[in-house]
Design a protein around this ligand. Sequence first.
Ligand SMILES: [Zn+2]
Length: 144
Amino acid sequence: MGKKREVDDRFRKFGTVSFTSVTKINDFIDYLEKGKVMGSTCKNCGLAFFPPRADCYQCLQSDMEWFEVSGKGRLITYSTLKYAPVGFGDDLPYSIAILDYNAYKVFGRIDGLIPEEEIKVGMEMVTRVNRLPKGHLNYIFQKP
Ligand SMILES: [Zn+2]
């Protein structure tokens, strides 16, 4: 059986990337609550990031400023899921997509109220805050 650990953290070793509730970009959530979807720009080299990053992988500096994802982006690809990971099954079917804003791209989900036949690669869409049950927040792509 082995000795019981105080904190069972064995899954810390699983995979290469983990989700964490503690990040350097927690202001992202405050902005969502204010109705704004934000990315970050490196003040040193000008590279824009979405999702926002606190550290620039291009020049390795950490001097960042926030910018708002606003205006229209162009839908460059999407995929409609008929099978989803655990926890997302109730949302099926839904479409994940990438909008191109020129200086950066935004990966996200298309508003489920838009019929699939109206989704066309090349169409313009906007990124908007989406309020979920229990006070949770995310963002979705909608028609302008
Ligand atoms: Zn940089």
